[in-house]
Design a protein around this ligand. Sequence first.
Ligand code: NIG
Ligand code: FE
Length: 408
Amino acid sequence: MSQTLFTNATIACLDGESGYGLRENGALLVEAEKIAWLGPMQDSPATGAAEVVDCKGRLLTPGLIDCHSHLVYGGDRADEFEMRLEGASYAEIARQGGGILSTVNATRAASEAELFEQVLPRLRTLLDEGVTTLEIKSGYGLDSDNEIKMLRVARHLQSELQLRIQKTFLGAHALPPEYTDRSDAYIELVCAEMLPNAHAEGLVDAVDVFIESIAFSREQGAKVLDCAQALGLPFKAHVEQLSDLGGALMAASKGALSVDHIEYLNDADVTRLAQSDTVAVLLPGAFYQLRETQVPPLAALRAERVPIALATDANPGSSPIHSILLIMNMACTLFRMTPTEALRGITINAARALGLDQEIGSLEIGKQADIVLWNVDRPSMLSYQVGINPCAGVMQAGQWRSKPATSS
Ligand code: NIG
Ligand code: FE
């Protein structure tokens, strides 16, 4: 069995209900794909470990988790970026048939192989920054074949790269042009055909829906989530991004893994949300890119102890942002989150948002050995600086994906 012993490490375990779970002068033993032991240096087990990595005081964290992305898509929306800078709003562009629908056209026109080629450079920064688990949504196909095509690309990435991918079906992302003025009929199609077809191919780990005036109503969203539940699939929702339609509470009351965006979520609903196990996923990249001014209800989320995750929301429209480290910094500067909350948001709370917190998201004995070694000595460094990538090495399920230069 392969063994790796990390010595002289500052370990951010993320194992408690708050804080970093920091262990100074620590050691951590990996056996096969799991964490076999961790504790103080002086207690480290005498092993004939084949490999010893002297961390020299540097930081170890769990592999980073990006729990909300739309990374697979065709084309780009740079022209709409220009239009928004000239005064058009995101919602106006969407109502005129641009926005998500312009990406739908480009995605439908691209082959599976072309989409695969296009996604690779977008993934590079995430991989280089220590992301070991990534959620990818469909939602730019909006018919059975094209949604399946997108999810196959996500599956292909999982088989080609050393990375765990969670595939989310987002057929109810926007109303396709074929269904103009027939949104109930489209929701019917999503539930009766599109989702079951994708699920039958084993392509669906979870189901998502966009509840918003430019997308679907709360009632339509509820139908989609009920269909997911009937198939035994976990679900989540894009809610309260541009207005308060009560989507978060509806999704949470049904048992959603997460409610995402939530800038317009009201404090009373946060209190009710706290009765569920649902995670609040904040997406500062979309807030930034859309020059949103309504900040999510951080004070209420904290007061009610709702777990908060962060993600890139990487997509061609509202968040063409592919750096999870930048997202940590944005969460701190734009939402006034603490660096501790930011790191929890892309590790243990992101794992919860994907329903994977028994396996990943923290450094604990028995968990999968997804581990990042950083060229910094404190976790706050990860949120604090922008444009420097201090990632020194990444281990995925006990295998080096990129090996630190110093290991022997
Ligand atoms: O999370 N809000 C809906 N969906 C995406 C945006 C998709 C797009 O603009 O292409 C989001 O922001
Ligand atoms: Fe999104």
